[in-house]
Ligand binder design. Sequence first.
Ligand code: ATP
Ligand code: MG
Length: 295
Amino acid sequence: MMDQANNLRNLVNKNNYEHKKAELSSRVITVTSGKGGVGKTNFSLNLAIQFSRFNKKVVIIDADFGLANIEVLFGILPKYNLADVLRGEKDVEEVLTDGPMGIKFISGGSGLKELSNITEKQLNYFINNFSYLDAISDIIIVDTGAGISKSVVNFIKASDETIIVTTPEPTSVTDAYALIKTIKEESRGNIPDFKIVVNRVDDNEEGIEIYNKISRASSKFLGVPLENLGYIPYDRFLVKAVKHQQPATICFPNCEFTKAIEKIGNRLMDIPVGKETDTSGIRGFMKRLVNIFGN
Ligand SMILES: Nc1ncnc2c1ncn2[C@@H]1O[C@H](COP(=O)(O)OP(=O)(O)OP(=O)(O)O)[C@@H](O)[C@H]1O
Ligand SMILES: [Mg+2]
């Protein structure tokens, strides 16, 4: 097992990406939650649409393996998925599916479950292939499954920014806190940058109250500061949009959900992205991910 970990590490560190320039790195944002069904996928894809309105090129990676989330909400059936790239059968270009407004997405399939018993040759192919995304996108949004599974924790540890979605429900709040706690315990001082979105609120007051609750507990008991990214109201137009398999920000441009997403998108665009290093972008993300999975 150690040998395999070393092999993976060596392989990644060999720098397979020399042909790509550092300034081509994209910003990798992971969207996750403690509890399931809190609105991650709807948030991810509508945020992607908001980013594309800023003329940003966005790729969404559906990392909720097994459950086909993004594609259902877009009402589009992709031909191939991430597992095809992992098996070395398809290029990343071939598994990119076109969504609305120039957004592209990659369906998860059985995805990274296969990463743990991948051969060197396959891994090499995979990483080289993925660096292509840096060249074609400004922002990569990784939509994860809920809960504290190994792969979700690994995704969070590998990404530059993590957005945790919660609702005001106590179970959702405590699960979000538990997720932050687990990441803290596993990341040995290298704690990711957490941003909180409170979804399905009755009003802003409720949003503030919930954010304060999580944020205070996280600062006080974990020593992990959280950033307040904003609140999204409960909006029946979102529910309608889901039924129509259309993103709400496209079919209901004036609804409250859309307005909230616009605000959050603006806020994220205002946040300066860290300096370009060899650890930024999807390359850095893949490096860290493989390092973590190799352990
Ligand atoms: N702001 C909102 N207003 C009204 N309903 C909402 C809102 N956000 C989410 N929902 C409802 O919650 C459902 C689940 O949303 P979504 O699929 O985005 O959650 P998820 O966190 O990705 O779930 P999973 O953990 O299963 O991946 C939606 O289909 C919708 O009915
Ligand atoms: Mg989802």
